[in-house]
Ligand binder design. Sequence first.
Ligand SMILES: Cc1cc2nc3c(=O)[nH]c(=O)nc-3n(C[C@H](O)[C@H](O)[C@H](O)COP(=O)(O)OP(=O)(O)OC[C@H]3O[C@@H](n4cnc5c(N)ncnc54)[C@H](O)[C@@H]3O)c2cc1C
Length: 545
Amino acid sequence: MQNPSKKYDCIIIGSGLGGLTCGATLAKEGKKVLVLEQHNLIGGCATCFKRKGMLIDAGLHELDWGNKDTDMKHLIFKRLGLDKKIKLIPLPTAWSIRESKDKNKQITIPHKTTKEALISLFPDEKDGIEKYFKKLKFQARLNYKFPFDMGFLEFFFAPLHTLGFLTISAIRKRKVGDMLDKLIKNPKLKKILNINMVYYHNNPYKFNWNYHAIGQTNYYNQGMYIKGGSQKLSDSLAEIITENNGEVKINADVSQILLNENKTKAIGVIYKDKKSGETYTLYADKIVANCDPRIVYNQLLDKPILDKDSKLTKNFTTDTSLLSVYMVFDTNLSEKFPDMDYSTFFVDSKWFNGQFNQQTENLLNIPIEDRSFVFVNYSKIDHGLTQKDDRFFGVITTLSSYDEWDHLTEEEYKKKKADLKESFERKLESYYPNIMSYCIHSELATPKTIERYTRAIKGTIYGYDQDTEGFFGRGRFYSKNIKNLYFASAFGFPGGGFTGAILSGYRTARKMLDPYFYAKRLSLCVLFGTALGIGITEIVKLIGN
Ligand SMILES: Cc1cc2nc3c(=O)[nH]c(=O)nc-3n(C[C@H](O)[C@H](O)[C@H](O)COP(=O)(O)OP(=O)(O)OC[C@H]3O[C@@H](n4cnc5c(N)ncnc54)[C@H](O)[C@@H]3O)c2cc1C
């Protein structure tokens, strides 16, 4: 063991977006931060790996990018200086939908004018569409800022303009499927409004309305890609940490969170350098787990210690993950197939023209090979993933759960992978004849692959399934049993995806930086409210006299 005395303000376990954003926010405020990442790349799901002379983006199709009045990322990126480090590339449309081989029947969902485009396709549903978008925007606006980013008056009136509504919304526990049933009659339109559900969940009748509203509002405003891929975002966040006196170590596998003698407080970690094989013990005032919290409960701490914390989440499921076929082409697909959008959802005609109900929309009820899938054609944009002119990246993605890959022998697993890869490639070719003749490399990743690289149990990518809302539903940002132990990841609030993980990391850091924020603000509000009340009473009295 070495360096036993080295002391950090904060050690973060894992370099996923939640961990990096938390670290960057703390480092910017002068805290000495160390991020320990077990993999040899930083970023967790937000990484790129090399194949055939180009970078393959493991985890970014589309970054939802809302207006400033609905999307906190504007504020966070500016505060961290991230807006100066990364370049966002606007995508041409939100996405397209193909149910038929006839390309003239492609439905394209535009940014900004999404509502108008849908009304022109479904004029009989005009009222329902208008109500849906009104409710969607209203809900998204409620999440426009965390309380600690509000000015004093904004905070004082928050119960009236946001907090009250958010509380009601959390109590009502509305689900996307129920909201669509309430507002829209046409099942096909409901499917269109929910076409990208795999970006969040596996079942709209379980998926919470609040998170759908944030994501969809942003996606319909503007989808973005980050030039240089998700790795560029992760590297930029890491750079902010190192520029502010912090460190980010790869191949650093944390095996234990150290506690004080009474086992009530986290004081450090033990990690192994996977390259040198050496073990290190490091101490810090605070420890943040960006890794799956269940790794913390079950592996990094003595299990019985965290009974209270794990009780909260024991009924949560983690059935949502993805299957991806990463493909490298030697021909520019956008030139060969000019009608091909950036993102296209290919849907099974029978499903698309069928009913919308609990049975049909539970994607896990549909065999994987029959599920709709999305093809992302990166050649449509200036992605910055390759220096070579003759390399183009595409990815086929559909929902998959870990259980669909578990309990298979190695042979069965390999065969299932090969069969599914072939089946999806064949389907893609049926829409774009000969496309596979331009493909020089393809490989299929399953939830098991994701688990291997990120360690998230069952290869989950959005944390706990996003069933229940906000503060009631997801893991809290700190441990109730162990002092100085915090959480920042897709498992926390508000949820998964790039936006969810970034917001979660930022929120945890802000709360760590100012633990008495609410006590201070609420005291001020009481004083201000009392003074205001007395003032108004006096004025009324004066007028009365
Ligand atoms: C194929 C795919 C496509 C996606 N597409 C999109 C998209 O288009 N848009 C979008 O918004 N989101 C997308 N996502 C989801 C998004 O990438 C994730 O929700 C988000 O990045 C999760 O971040 P996180 O902070 O929770 O941590 P993770 O990314 O899960 O990272 C956790 C990190 O902790 C590390 N770790 C674990 N245990 C230890 C340990 N003991 N010691 C040290 N380190 C440890 C892991 O190695 C990992 O790096 C996609 C994900 C995938 C996989």
